[in-house]
Design a protein around this ligand. Structure first.
Ligand code: SDN
Length: 142
């Protein structure tokens, strides 16, 4: 297997982007998370659901999803690893990432689920990185 290398600067730019983006999500800052997508970006976090479209649509979907935790002092953290980047002919970047969701409640032990693969299409420029689309697949459903 031949792996085409990407510039170290691009790779670290994407890692930095993911760190801020996912800390926004886990901190409940859904507007900040949605602002990491392009204006017309799409987001599907679970198979079967309609993709959320646009930043307002992404915020609405995250608010809806998190209603289940309204009376639950849970902390969720999304851990990314094995970030594989491929530059596309149109200048976008395909990014395939492993993601584990770690859930913990006060005094409890961390539970790791679901185990996911994140399929992203990114736009990177000197100004920064934006996400055009994100599709998350769940390993237990494959
Ligand atoms: O933004 C993500 C997510 C995500 O938002 C998820 C949500 O619930 C809201 C980036 C990478 C991975 C994910 C994974 C999930 C899991 C999903 C469903 C669940 O936790 O049961």
């Amino acid at each position: 297997m031949t792996v085409t290398s990407v510039r170290t600067e691009l790779y670290s730019q994407v890692q930095h982007f993911y760190a801020h983006q996912m800390q926004a999500l886990d901190g409940g800052r859904f507007e900040d998370y949605a602002a990491t997508f392009t204006e017309d970006g799409t987001f599907q976090h679970s198979p079967g659901a309609e993709p959320a479209v646009g930043r307002a649509g992404i915020v609405a979907e995250l608010v809806r999803f998190h209603e289940r935790f309204a009376d639950d002092p849970v902390q969720r953290r999304h851990w990314f690893n094995h970030i594989a980047l491929e530059e596309q002919a149109d200048g976008s970047i395909r990014s395939t990432v492993y993601a584990l969701v770690v859930t913990v409640r006060p005094g409890g032990v961390p539970v790791i689920a679901p185990s996911c693969v994140v399929h992203d299409v990114l736009e990177a420029s000197g100004d920064g990185v934006l996400l055009r689309s994100r599709l998350v697949t769940h390993d237990q459903l494959s």
